[in-house]
Write a protein that binds this ligand. Structure first.
Ligand SMILES: NC(=O)c1ccc[n+]([C@@H]2O[C@H](COP(=O)([O-])OP(=O)(O)OC[C@H]3O[C@@H](n4cnc5c(N)ncnc54)[C@H](O)[C@@H]3O)[C@@H](O)[C@H]2O)c1
Length: 287
């Protein structure tokens, strides 16, 4: 049975210091969850917890780089020891790398694979194991099966929409989507739900920390400004994504496209992949 509300639930959210992660942490706190806000930026995670506390629930902030296997292992152990096994894990931390495939070097691939893919692998595996052990240790109740928990992985509409401007980003997000489907099949046996969330453009600060492969610093600076402005102008707040995440957990949804382009690109990927191949050829804007 999926959780109908989050009273008394413990939720871990990565990248909870800003954007979609912060909005999700607050949406869960608003519904009664205690939130563990994890971020590479500790001060930002602490601000999220302060805001969550005004909503009446407790919480804690942790500094962790999701791409660091040892740090994530220590973090998962600390959560279990200081709190308990979480009921909800939202693997949200992510970064953007733009630029052509030929311009994207191994350092840039390492960085984005580390955060966007390994971060999701670590968070899902470490907390998924805790959840599975907990539920499998409980006495079996066929009339009312025990609830194992829920893992949400933030992918993107880029998971199913190729782009010559975002090859590394699209690749990591497609991997997160497939990983989520595989995990969902496996973890259903432990009554752990898994959701992949695929938002289109969302008005957050993600462009601020993006890497622009193949551009000098002036070009990258100009493109960063354009990216920030475009996301601001899109006018789709992270709080709306958070609302969809909450509903996805309650309804145990496998795949959740979010906003207009999230839905349109998903539909095109199914009915007209050729049109997406054409769209993928639109060149990256130049700084
Ligand atoms: N904004 C969009 O248009 C959009 C669209 C689709 C999907 N997404 C995805 O949503 C997720 C959240 O993005 P956002 O737009 O809120 O970005 P954001 O930049 O506003 O927030 C990301 C947060 O993650 C943290 N973070 C970055 N690297 C980290 C690491 N290695 N370890 C721990 N924390 C780290 C940052 O400090 C920041 O607080 C990402 O996975 C992103 O790919 C964003």
């Amino acid at each position: 049975m999926p959780l109908a509300h989050f009273d008394g639930a413990l939720a871990v959210v990565t990248g909870a210091g800003a954007g979609i992660g912060r909005a999700t942490a607050l949406a869960l706190a608003e519904r009664g969850a205690t939130v563990i806000a994890a971020d590479v930026d500790l001060a930002a995670a602490e601000r999220t917890v302060t805001l969550a506390k005004t909503l009446g629930t407790g919480g804690a902030a942790h500094r962790v780089d999701v791409s660091d296997a040892a740090a994530m292992e220590a973090f998962a152990a600390e959560v279990r020891e200081a709190h308990r096994v979480p009921d909800i894990v939202v693997n949200n931390a992510g970064i953007a790398v733009t630029g052509s495939f030929l311009d994207t070097g191994t350092a840039e691939w390492d960085r984005i694979l580390g955060v966007n893919l390994w971060g999701v692998v670590h968070g899902s595996r470490l907390f998924g194991k805790q959840m599975a052990e907990r539920v499998n240790a409980l006495p079996n109740k066929p009339e009312k099966p025990n609830y194992g928990g829920h893992i949400v992985n933030i992918a993107s509409a880029a998971a199913y929409a190729p782009s010559r401007a975002l090859p590394a980003y699209c690749t990591t997000k497609a991997a997160v989507l497939m990983l989520s489907e595989c995990m969902r099949a496996e973890l259903a046996g432990s009554r752990i739900g898994v959701t992949a969330v695929c938002p289109g453009f969302t008005s957050t600060g993600i462009a601020r920390n993006a890497t622009f492969a193949g551009l000098d610093s002036a070009g990258a600076g100009a493109l960063r400004k354009r990216g920030e402005k475009a996301l601001r102008m899109r006018g789709y707040p992270p709080e709306k994504v958070a609302e969809r995440i909450v509903q996805a957990i309650i309804k145990n949804k496998p795949l959740v496209p979010v906003n207009f382009e999230g839905h349109v690109l998903r539909a095109l990927s199914r009915v007209s992949p050729a049109s997406l191949r054409l769209l993928a050829r639109v060149p990256a804007p130049q700084g």
